[in-house]
Design a protein around this ligand. Structure first.
Ligand code: SF4
Ligand code: SF3
Length: 523
């Protein structure tokens, strides 16, 4: 096994036995085989060996298959092997050459993508980018929103992983990944807002009620909607966790009286927070952790998520899911045990923030707001990530944090106050809602007659998994410069490729809070 796709990977080398995340060597190898099967199918389309009638099928296999291999999404060997076997059969049906079953782990692993370490590094960045793209496209697609350009790029990128390409060609493909990524993020934004209404600012309580509850985590809003429908009038409340928190801001989700609020924090706290929740938990996507026995029997997965020995709720042919098993279980469970009781402010998507644009522009002109700092991205379990709490706390009172993704849990309970009614933490939503931050930045740039790099705006982004890589490529494709990235740079970037990113885009790794404030021009 060799996996180095996430921030937590064993430094320098990557995970070579059991992953830090708990992924076994067998699961890692099955994921490698699954990706190789997607490469063969994609290459078949690029080489013209596959007719247009098979494209839709290949695209849905690629989107779901890539998403399954994203960090902390699916640890279920059987589910991954089944996806591979189905692809293998399809490869045979299409008359393409396979040979994957006989291939050794080294022949299908990440090191097999290219003999040249720098070219391989660029291919790994591209693979991370399309994993993120596949995840976001999957969410748009389940809501009926598609754009053929996105799966077409995924096919092209998959095929390129096994092609002899120059560094320039691979850099160009990564930039294209970013620009198609922007379109994919815009598509998901449209899908979410047209389906569930435009998010609007509201407070979400983190306390608990007296009813038993079901906790829902991950990113899939459609699963939440179905769960809210089915729990209506049953006496069971629904609580969001992790990346599901922003769902509370959508009118079509917020309208359900039994959407009680948010319970707990970011994904890595699952082991204590799922234990004290007492009721069933539904994991819709990443990040899901391999559960201890304490709550394993109360954990359910759905969609692309999977954990061995944990009940999986499948959709029927129409995409509907039956959550009655969770609801019946919840009725027999005690109400959740309270962790804290605060009110979080959410719902500052681009529409809400641009509604405040005049107020924000006036505050900047009057000097009440001196700087905006984008602190979006992922949270993680490593101790040094307390850096982000320290950073947020150390920011001068005339700075405003723009956030999206689970990174916010490092500071969203701090009560950093407001500037003339504008909250100092503007929370746009899930990691995909970084798109909102881009729209906001572009609108501010226009208002001030400059570009995004000319604004009093700094980026201090934290990453963990591959969706953050797509967001990073999206920002780079838009010409955003001088992004600070942490807690450390991806280990799949070789020194030479890192230098390219530093020289071309001004990317830098974070360090100490005080020094970083200076580097980011925060006075
Ligand atoms: Fe290691 Fe991350 Fe891969 Fe898990 S996903 S095996 S922690 S690199
Ligand atoms: Fe978090 Fe997994 Fe990335 Fe959607 S839930 S941001 S880490």
């Amino acid at each position: 096994m060799k996996c180095r796709q996430c921030e937590e990977t064993i430094a320098g080398t990557g995970c070579t036995r059991n992953g830090v995340c708990g992924k076994t060597a067998a699961v890692a190898e099955a994921q490698d085989r699954l990706i190789q099967s997607l490469i063969i199918l994609s290459k078949g389309t690029v080489d013209g060996k596959v007719g247009p009638e098979a494209i839709e099928d290949i695209d849905s296999r690629a989107v779901d298959g890539l998403f399954m291999t994203l960090s902390n999404t699916n640890f279920d060997l059987e589910a991954i092997e089944n996806a591979f076997k189905a692809n293998k059969k399809f490869i045979g049906d299409l008359g393409l050459e396979c040979g994957l079953c006989a291939a050794s782990p080294e022949e299908i692993g990440i090191d097999s993508y290219d003999k040249n370490a720098d070219l391989r590094s660029l291919k790994e960045l591209l693979l991370a980018g399309i994993k993120g793209m596949a995840a976001y496209y999957h969410h748009a697609k389940v809501l009926g929103y598609t754009d053929p350009e996105v799966p077409a790029f995924i096919r092209k990128a998959l095929a390129s992983l096994r092609a002899d390409l120059t560094a320039d060609a691979l850099v160009a493909l990564n930039m294209e990944c970013g620009s198609v990524g922007v379109k994919c993020l815009a598509l998901l934004d449209k899908a979410n807002t047209e389906t569930y209404g435009t998010p609007s600012p509201c407070t979400v309580n983190t306390g608990v009620g007296k009813n038993p509850g079901i906790l829902i985590t991950g990113h899939d809003l459609k699963d939440l909607k179905m769960l809210l429908e089915q729990t209506q009038g049953t006496g069971v409340d629904v609580y969001t966790h992790g990346e599901m928190l922003p769902a509370n801001a959508y009118p079509e989700l917020r309208k359900y009286p039994n959407l009680r609020g948010n319970y707990g924090g970011a994904w890595y706290k699952q082991k204590t927070e799922f234990a004290s929740f007492n009721g069933p938990i539904l994991a819709t996507t990443n990040c899901v952790l391999i559960p201890p026995e304490e709550y394993k029997g109360r954990l359910f997965t759905t969609g692309v998520a999977g954990v061995p020995g944990v009940r999986h709720i499948d959709a029927d042919a129409d995409g509907n899911k039956d959550f009655s098993e969770l609801i019946e279980m919840a009725k027999k469970c005690s109400p959740p045990q309270e962790i804290d009781n605060v009110n979080l402010t959410v719902g500052f998507g681009h529409a809400a923030v641009l509604g405040l644009a005049d107020k924000i522009i006036d505050a900047v002109k009057a000097g009440a707001i001196k700087r905006f700092v984008v602190m979006a991205g992922c949270d993680g379990r490593e101790k040094p990530r307390s850096y982000y709490t320290d950073f947020a706390q150390s920011l001068p009172k005339d700075t405003v944090i723009l956030t999206a993704g689970c990174a916010k849990y490092r500071y969203n309970k701090l009560d950093l106050g407001d500037i003339g009614g504008i909250p100092r933490v503007i929370d746009a939503g899930q990691c995909n809602d970084c798109y909102s931050l881009v729209v906001i930045a572009q609108a501010l740039a226009k208002a001030f007659g400059t570009d995004v790099n000319g604004l009093p705006l700094s980026f201090n982004i934290s990453w963990y998994e591959q969706k953050a890589c797509l967001v990073l490529l999206a920002l780079l494709s838009l010409g955003v410069k001088d992004i600070m990235l942490g807690p450390r740079l991806p280990v799949f970037l070789t020194p030479r490729i890192t230098k390219v990113l530093v020289d071309t885009f001004g990317i830098k790794a974070n360090g100490e809070v005080a020094g970083d404030m200076q580097i980011l021009h925060i006075q």
